[in-house]
Every structure is written in structure tokens, then in C-alpha cells.
Design a protein around this ligand. Structure first.
Ligand SMILES: Cc1cc2nc3c(=O)[nH]c(=O)nc-3n(C[C@H](O)[C@H](O)[C@H](O)COP(=O)(O)OP(=O)(O)OC[C@H]3O[C@@H](n4cnc5c(N)ncnc54)[C@H](O)[C@@H]3O)c2cc1C
Length: 385
């Protein structure tokens, strides 16, 4: 797989992120999970390494690399700590990319460099109490009043909300009492009337920051509309299509982290006078895990490569996210099984990977929504042929 998609630059990046993940993140990941503690210092180190803006062009302060490179970075972080991986993915794919993809020159100039350099953290608020999968049911409203929008509403489950400097959010644009549909807007945290709730107490991704957002007569300037009013809905769908590749990458990392632990445990643990790796039942589990992982890797890196070549990736990114998140659940579960009772105990860490894996099939579109997207695309293709 690597031979096909990786350049020398990709390999260097992989080595650098891998080294950082092993030396700086792995030793503290378990404790941060236990305490539900956001790793401010690690994010600052990621920023120094240029990892908060991997796919952002260098003219806007980013590393100027491609989607394959970004996929490598999130994948490698996920091998040791999914919480840190999702922090980077939400910041990059959802908090920064909408500005690069659809923002005005003014928004790009003002926000991209500080975001890409990690001086500001980005977030994306789409989900509401009554609008998750059904994003069209969004109730948050941005009413135009001469030179500004007045925003009222609520968002939930917003990753990075508590540490973000900038939040992209969706709201219905109301002009002269008319509902013009859902658009993307940018708000700086600290703006009067914008409040964040307490951190959610989560099953997994516990060291990532997830909160509600409350908008009460929040005033934002007209230039903070991100993209075109008439294309708001399709634009955020495009953002999510790209974001799904990074969730697929995180699923690869989560699966690989658990698989590696299970493989080495099987070579150490003895039962009935031999290591458990000698039992065919364990070997078959390892073989299935390795095969699932390899298949997911192909799907995820292929989707990333297609995006870099400028292809439409709606179907491929949904397939990559769906498959990788579901095999991450299977692999992390089997990793616990291979560890036996120790797998259920925190010290052995595979239970953390299992808890983290579950979120992958929910965030950025549930598995059911991915199947709907894939079915829609394949039926469209069949009708056209
Ligand atoms: C840890 C975490 C972090 C998150 N981060 C963010 C973030 O940064 N920004 C953000 O905006 N959101 C975020 N989310 C929200 C996430 O994207 C939503 O939870 C997800 O899209 C599902 O929406 P919902 O929770 O409202 O579930 P619902 O939409 O209510 O779905 C409930 C169930 O019904 C199924 N379902 C719904 N509609 C259909 C249908 N048409 N056909 C078949 N089945 C269907 C779903 O698949 C699911 O199984 C996060 C969530 C979590 C858990």
C-alpha cells in the first residue's frame, strides 16, 4: 500500500510523527484518558512540528502538504492516542478547511495562518439537540440586520469547543424574514453572547474536548459568512466528505494500536505450556485483524489520494470511513479477547482503544448515514450507465 501512495516526503513525515507519538504521547495517553484531561502542551508541540496545518498551503502558513500526508499524521497519532488524533482532525478538517475551501480572501488572510500554525484552534458546530444525522433540521438562526448577523441557537457535541479560538458553525440564514437555507458562518470565541457548556463526560476520546455551544443574540459581521449563501448546505457536505477521510485515518490508528498490542501479547502470554500465539484460534484472530486492517488502509489512503487528484470523493470517503470505523470496532474487541481478563483491565490499555473506537462509527456521520450516501452514489452511477 505504502509503495503505491507514499513519496519520500510522506515517509519522512510518517517517521517524524511516529517518533513524536511514541516518545511524547504514548507515555501519557493512558493517564490523560483516565483524568479526561485535554493535552494543551502536546497540542503546542504538534503546532511546533507543523502538524496543526498539514494540508494547508504554505502561503497561508501551513505545511503545504497533501491529503495523503494529513492522513498519515492522523493515522500515526491514532496508533497511540485517538483523543489527540480527533483533536487534530476536528481542528484541521472541520475548523480550518471550510475557510480554505470557501472563505473569502479576507477570512483566509485573517484566520488561516494562526489556525495552521496552531496559535488558534478550530472547531465545527453542526449538530444540535434536534438535528444530528438530519442536518437539514438545523434550528440555529442567523438573522441579517443591515451590517451584521444576529445568531441564536444551540450546538451540541462540538469537538474542541472549549479550547477553540474560532468556530465554524451552521445556521439558517434569515433575510427580511425569509429563510434562505443553511449556511456556514465563523465566530470568534469570546464574542459576547456565545457561551460554552461544561466538557461532556464521554465513554472514549476522553482527553478531547467536547461541549455544547449556546448562541444568545451573538453579533457577527457580514464578512463572517463562509462561502456562498446559496450553496451553504452543499458546501458543508463537501467539508464533511473530506473530513471523513481523517476519521478513517483515525480508525486505522485505533485499529493498529490495538492490533499491535494483541500481537505482542500473544507472543508473550503462555497457556497450556506454550505461548497463546501457537493456538490456531488465536492465529486466526490475528490473521483476520491483519487482513481487515490492510483492506481498510487501502480504502482510506485511496480516498485520500483521489482527493489529492481532484476527484469527487463522496462515495470513496464514505466507504473508507464506514469500513475503517467498523473494523476498528472489531479489531479492538478481538484485541481484548486475545488479552483475556487482562484486556478488561485498564493497565493493559486495549480497553481504551475499544472505547475510543466506538465514536468513529458515530461522529461525522453514523455508519447508517455512510451506507445511505454510498447507496445513493452507486444507484446514481447505475442510472447513468
Ligand atoms: C465524541 C463526539 C464528538 C463529536 N464532534 C462533533 C463536532 O465536532 N461537531 C459536530 O457538529 N458534531 C459532532 N458530533 C456529533 C455527531 O456528528 C452526531 O452525534 C452524529 O452525526 C449523529 O447524530 P445524532 O447524535 O443526533 O444521532 P441521530 O441522528 O439522532 O441518530 C440516532 C440513530 O438513528 C440513526 N439514523 C438517523 N437517521 C437515519 C436514517 N435516515 N436512516 C437510518 N438510520 C438513521 C443513526 O444512524 C443513529 O444510529 C460528535 C459526536 C460525538 C459522540
Amino acid at each position: 500500500m505504502e509503495q503505491r501512495y507514499f513519496t519520500e516526503e510522506h515517509r519522512l513525515l510518517q517517521g517524524m510523527v511516529r517518533e513524536f507519538a511514541r516518545s511524547e504521547v504514548e507515555p501519557v495517553a493512558s493517564e490523560m484518558d483516565r483524568q479526561g484531561q485535554f493535552p494543551t502542551d502536546l497540542v503546542a508541540k504538534l503546532a511546533k512540528l507543523g502538524l496543526m496545518g498539514v494540508p494547508i498551503p504554505s502561503e497561508f502558513g501551513g505545511a503545504g502538504m497533501d491529503t495523503v500526508a494529513y492522513t498519515i499524521a492522523v493515522h500515526e497519532l491514532g496508533v497511540v492516542d485517538a483523543s489527540l488524533g480527533i483533536t487534530v482532525a476536528a481542528h484541521t478538517s472541520l475548523g480550518t478547511m471550510p475557510i480554505l475551501m470557501f472563505g473569502s480572501e479576507q477570512l483566509k488572510k485573517k484566520y488561516l495562518a494562526p489556525l495552521a500554525q496552531g496559535e488558534l484552534i478550530g472547531a465545527f458546530g453542526l449538530t444540535e439537540p434536534q438535528a444530528g444525522s438530519d442536518a437539514g433540521a438545523t434550528r440555529t438562526r442567523a438573522e441579517r440586520r443591515k451590517d451584521r448577523y444576529i445568531v441564536n441557537g444551540q450546538k451540541i457535541f462540538c469537538t474542541n469547543a472549549g479550547i477553540a479560538g474560532v468556530i465554524i458553525f451552521t445556521a439558517r440564514l434569515i433575510e427580511d424574514g425569509e429563510d434562505l437555507g443553511i449556511c456556514n458562518f465563523l465566530v470568534e470565541t469570546g464574542t459576547s453572547g456565545l457561551r460554552t457548556g461544561p466538557p461532556e463526560k464521554k465513554m472514549g476520546w476522553r482527553a478531547s474536548d467536547t461541549r455544547s455551544l449556546y448562541f444568545e443574540d451573538v453579533e457577527i459581521p457580514l464578512e463572517n459568512l463562509v462561502g456562498e449563501a446559496s450553496r451553504g448546505f452543499s458546501q458543508f457536505l463537501e467539508v464533511l466528505a473530506g473530513g471523513r477521510i481523517s476519521v478513517g485515518a483515525l480508525a486505522l490508528g485505533t485499529a493498529e494500536g490495538a492490533y499491535r498490542r494483541a500481537l505482542s501479547y500473544s507472543l508473550e502470554r503462555e497457556a497450556f505450556g506454550q505461548t497463546i500465539s501457537k493456538f490456531q484460534a488465536v492465529q486466526f484472530k490475528l490473521a483476520d485483524m491483519a487482513t481487515q486492517f490492510e483492506a481498510a488502509k487501502h480504502l482510506v489512503y485511496h480516498a485520500a489520494w483521489l482527493k489529492d487528484q481532484g476527484y469527487n470523493i463522496v462515495k470513496e470517503s464514505a466507504m473508507a470511513k464506514l469500513f475503517a470505523s467498523e473494523i476498528a470496532m472489531d479489531i479492538t474487541s478481538e484485541a481484548i479477547q486475545i488479552h483475556g481478563g487482562y484486556g478488561y483491565i485498564r493497565e493493559y490499555q486495549v480497553e481504551r482503544f475499544f472505547r475510543d473506537a466506538k465514536a468513529l462509527a458515530i461522529g461525522e456521520g453514523t455508519s447508517e448515514i455512510q451506507r445511505m450516501l454510498i447507496a445513493r452514489e452507486i444507484l446514481k452511477e447505475a442510472e447513468l450507465s
